[in-house]
Design a protein around this ligand. Structure first.
Ligand code: NA7
Length: 558
């Protein structure tokens, strides 16, 4: 492995690198590994005291992968890593994923180039030097030709603006920034605001320990059993034996006529089957649990209203079957298209409402008016609480880039550029922000693909772009605004074929007051990665490369 020390320059108080990476989570660590491997000097900064990003912060009870089963939620690039890490459960728990990421950092000797407890406070492009200037919370200054923002798609917690919030004298914790010391619920009255994936995972666990739990629900949610189970050693062995085929399958292009490349379905059309056959499939998928409920469902699930409504009715039926009190069951009935908010997997969520010590407050009928010193007051009265758990999600996808607010050419701020649309090209670069790359930013499949593998593939694209630039003695690259507008149309055109944009969700940004409504996830799945590779292979159409400084001077004198 290439040693980085000799590449790093220090002049006065500023350290100089080829690339600075912001974030040492799943994406940032892979970017460090890959870019360092191609001989660049690289430094990664992260505000947390540990590597792991999202998997460090989201340590709430019940937190686990609610997506693909292990080991698909993991890095794929190293056969050795796949062979040596023994996942123990099908839906890996937060402590296990975090340990895996720590192991990754050690296994590939990443820590020497990661600086923890260091927030990047400002990032500014200096056109005169074609470099990014960075300042951190620790007073450090650093510069780099390339800035890789691996800031996380679900990393900026959303804290609701509730009147009287500061008056509350109890303990208040956020699932997205859970305390490092254990939170005890024993003998306490707990309030939980939010019933997205985090709330749905945490509520059953908290209810097991607390004296009483009051759930404040704004939008009822569909959830499907996670069916988490121990992984048998034979299962892992089989995965390892077939790893090459399995990995190839993860990046294989879906059929050209797939209704939605992101979720290709089971190859059957719902319209070729009778209502009884369809019901039998829903029942089978419910028993199977996991995201199979989306991925092995009919191809029409996310694009056809009629089929989606049928699935919604099936799931509402399940809620009625599980929840004994009809009034509570009615409060739990979702009314949006299934799958257009992030599909949730649970372990005993609806069952939790059969407990005598759990109360559900429907905020649509009984909204929160204020926090008091001792609880939450809704229109119907006060709910006394000792601990308030905010499971209120994130300013997702674009939120962490906006929080960083880098300043591009001519000092233009990203917040200004992204006032009404999250302009970008291929989800990877932004015009006016040369040499700044994003991983899992808006315009990528990000949260709707395998995130570790997506990070690998996006990083490979970034690395190839850097190589292209350097091999030709070029100094900077950025997309044109025209290319950004085309990309925006492409992302929107895919989304508009589906039911996604019709629901308020963090995919559209509508969970954050004042945020522009913009469905910014690329729904191409594997097709996205083929598309970005094709653009690079065909000469980076839509990008402008600027000569390196010395070359520019020469060009001027010719
Ligand atoms: P989500 O999915 O954004 O869920 C947040 C929940 O909090 C959701 O039920 C929201 O209701 C609710 N919320 C947000 N703000 C408020 C206010 N002001 N008042 C009441 N309720 C509110 O975040 P999660 O952390 O659960 O999951 C994020 C992702 O992490 C997840 O999808 C996985 O990929 C991992 P709403 O639906 O907006 O009405």
């Amino acid at each position: 492995m290439t040693s980085t020390t000799h590449h790093t320059r220090r002049d006065g108080a500023t350290e100089h690198y080829d690339a600075i990476i912001i974030g040492a989570g799943v994406s940032g660590m892979y970017a460090l590994h890959h870019l360092r491997g191609m001989g660049l000097s690289v430094r990664a900064y992260d505000g947390a005291p540990s590597v792991g990003g999202t998997w460090w912060y989201n340590r709430y009870p019940g937190a686990r992968v609610d997506g693909p089963s292990a080991p698909l939620y993991g890095y794929t690039f190293s056969d050795e890593l796949v062979k040596e890490w023994d996942w123990t459960e099908s839906q890996s728990s937060q402590p296990e994923v975090h340990s895996y990421l720590e192991h990754f950092a050690d296994r590939f000797d990443l820590r020497r180039d990661i600086q923890l407890e260091t927030w990047v406070r400002s990032a500014r492009y200096d056109e005169a030097t074609q470099r990014w200037q960075v300042e951190t919370s620790t007073g450090l200054r650093a510069s780099a030709q390339f800035l890789v923002c691996a800031v996380g798609a679900l990393s900026t917690p959303n804290t609701p603006d509730i009147p009287g919030f500061d008056a509350f004298e109890g303990e208040c914790v956020h699932t997205g920034n859970w305390p490092q010391t254990p939170v005890s619920f024993s003998g306490k009255r707990v309030g939980v605001i939010g019933t997205g994936s985090s709330g749905v995972q945490a509520i059953p666990e908290i209810a097991k320990e607390a004296d009483h739990v009051t759930v404040f629900q704004r939008t009822p949610q569909y959830t499907v059993p996670a069916r988490n189970r121990p992984l048998a050693p034979e299962e892992l062995a089989a995965v390892r034996e077939n790893w090459e085929t399995l990995r190839a399958g993860m990046t294989a292009l879906p059929d050209a006529d797939a209704a939605l490349p992101m979720a290709p379905g089971n190859g059957r059309s719902a319209f070729d089957e009778t209502p009884e056959q369809r019901h039998a499939l829903y029942e089978e998928l419910w028993e199977q649990g996991t995201l199979a409920f989306v991925f092995r469902n009919y191809a029409e699930l996310l694009v056809n209203e009629e089929i989606n409504r049928e699935v919604c009715a099936f799931l509402r039926g399940k809620i009625r079957e599980i929840v004994r009190d009809p009034e509570t069951a009615e409060k739990l009935m979702p009314d949006h298209f299934y799958g257009t908010k992030r599909p949730i997997l649970d372990s005993g969520y609806y069952e939790t409402y059969n407990r005598d010590d759990v109360t559900l407050v429907d905020l649509r009928r009984d909204p929160i008016e204020e926090m008091t010193a001792t609880g939450v007051r809704t229109r119907s009265g006060e709910h006394p609480i000792d601990v308030l758990v905010l499971a209120t999600g994130f300013d997702a996808i674009s939120g962490s880039m906006l929080r960083l607010d880098p300043k591009g050419r001519d000092g233009v701020s990203l917040k200004e550029r992204w006032q009404s649309r999250f302009h970008n090209y291929l989800g990877l670069m932004i015009s006016g922000f040369p040499n700044l790359f994003m991983i899992h930013g808006p315009g990528t499949p990000g949260v709707l693909y395998l995130m570790p593998l997506g990070a690998e593939l996006e990083t490979e694209w970034i690395a190839n772009c850097i190589r292209h630039l350097r091999d030709r003695g070029l100094g900077a690259v950025e997309p044109t605004h025209a290319a950004e507008l085309d990309w925006d149309r492409e992302v929107s055109a895919l989304a508009d074929k589906t039911l996604f944009p019709r629901t308020d969700s963090w995919y559209t940004g509508s969970n954050i007051p004042g945020k522009p409504r913009h469905f910014s996830v690329h729904l191409g799945g594997p097709a996205y990665f083929h598309r970005i590779a094709e653009i690079a292979n065909e000469g980076y159409d839509g990008f402008v490369f600027t000569p390196a400084l010395g070359e520019r001077a020469n060009a001027g004198s010719r």
